[in-house]
Design a protein around this ligand. Structure first.
Ligand SMILES: NC(=O)c1ccc[n+]([C@@H]2O[C@H](COP(=O)([O-])OP(=O)(O)OC[C@H]3O[C@@H](n4cnc5c(N)ncnc54)[C@H](OP(=O)(O)O)[C@@H]3O)[C@@H](O)[C@H]2O)c1
Length: 348
């Protein structure tokens, strides 16, 4: 089989670097170009030392991009929509990892991002990048917008309950704990080591933009309300989402098992983690570092008709590069798990 060509825009960042790590070992992909405006002309291992000896690629500038089969965009928010016309001339298939094309409704976009979208007509053309929800659309897609990492952890935790109509539409409370790599490689005052080290910092108690994606994707049976908060903790990779779901009716633990098994059993990257004893009774992000899994567990508080659903992912993998590669595999008709089979490290 001939290899397809893929290029990465913004490849010096954390998501771009992770994507490069994956694509270099994908048997049907040749990585054609990787861009960085800061490092163009330099070998990629200068920025991503884990790739030393794995490739002789050098970064190029965005201006030097040539046509390719698939173009991955790993730019900060707002940059993809500015340049999308140029990118569409270069590749028929685009996977954007930023938030630019995740929301389908331009008005919702304006509400959450505080400005008008530059290309509102393109929003409905992008398929939202969670394969477990949009696999069939992805098979026919040319444009995919990868999902937010916190949104991915939350949506994968909750979609079976909303699909089955078990959860109250009006109130679901989600708290995510996130690692430092979620903020990208640009340093700021808060990321300075003496300040960031050891922190448990509530940085977005309300108004987190991923809330809009979660509502968009979980409103299967009419609009829902989600109350979402985010806390930065001492961790480099990972998201742990704790979701408090209020149930419409009394259910047993057996009922919940049945629902999750229905949606998870055939999913290669979704696992139910719920043990009776031991250390690893529930999902834990550090065990997923470098993997594309999303682990989900639950505990029923029957007296309150409350279900606590806990999910974990690696934000740079199932939350970004891994999920984008999974989407590419589906879009191009490759085996969905290709290049993503790594089981993770233990202990780590
Ligand atoms: N980190 C995560 O966990 C995660 C998860 C899901 C989605 N995402 C999304 O993926 C995208 C990349 O995230 P990241 O964490 O990899 O960010 P990052 O580490 O900051 O990397 C972004 C890259 O884009 C380039 N860039 C920066 N400013 C630019 C500008 N004004 N114009 C053009 N290029 C610019 C930079 O490369 P040069 O300056 O060298 O060109 C930089 O390396 C973001 O939109 C983010 O929201 C991130």
């Amino acid at each position: 089989m001939n290899k397809i060509t893929a290029s990465i825009v913004g490849a010096s960042g954390y998501a771009g670097g992770e994507l490069l790590r994956l694509l270099l070992f994908h048997q049907h992909v040749e990585v054609k170009q990787v861009t960085s405006e800061r490092y163009f002309g330099k070998f990629v291992h200068k920025v991503h030392p884990n790739l030393r000896g794995q490739t002789t690629l050098k970064f190029c500038s965005m201006e030097d991009l040539q046509p390719c089969d698939v173009l991955f965009l790993c730019l900060p928010h707002g940059e993809a929509q500015k340049r999308i016309d140029q990118f569409l001339l270069l590749a028929k298939r685009i996977i954007d990892l930023s938030a630019d094309f995740r929301l389908q409704d331009a008005e919702v976009y304006r509400l959450w991002y505080g400005h008008d979208h530059l290309k509102p007509e393109l929003l409905p053309e992008f398929v939202y990048g969670i394969p477990e929800l949009h696999r069939e659309e992805m098979e026919k897609a040319h444009l995919i917008s990868s999902a937010g990492c916190n949104a991915t952890a939350t949506i994968l935790a909750l979609f079976p309950l909303f699909k089955e109509g078990l959860a109250e539409q009006e109130r679901t409370v989600v708290e995510v704990k996130v690692g430092s790599s979620e903020a990208g490689n640009k340093a700021n005052e808060g990321s300075h080591h003496p300040i960031r080290h050891g922190c448990v910092r509530s940085f977005k108690a309300t108004g987190h933009r991923h809330q809009a994606e979660i509502v968009q994707e979980l409103s299967f049976q009419g609009p829902i309300s989600v109350y979402f908060s985010a806390t930065a903790i001492e961790m480099v990779r990972g998201v742990l989402a704790t979701c408090h779901v209020f149930l419409k009716q009394e259910v047993t633990e057996k009922d919940i098992w049945k629902v999750y098994r229905k949606y998870f059993t055939n999913e290669p990257f979704l696992r139910i983690i719920k043990e009776r004893d031991g250390v690893y009774r529930y999902p834990e992000p550090k065990l997923l570092a470098g993997t594309n899994f999303c682990d989900v567990g639950f505990e029923l508080d029957a007296s309150a008709k409350r279900l606590v659903v806990i999910s974990a992912i690696d934000n740079l993998m199932k939350g970004a590069a891994g999920q984008a590669l999974q989407a590419m595999n589906i879009m191009l008709g490759f085996t969905e798990t290709m290049g993503l089979e790594f089981p993770g490290l233990h202990p780590i």
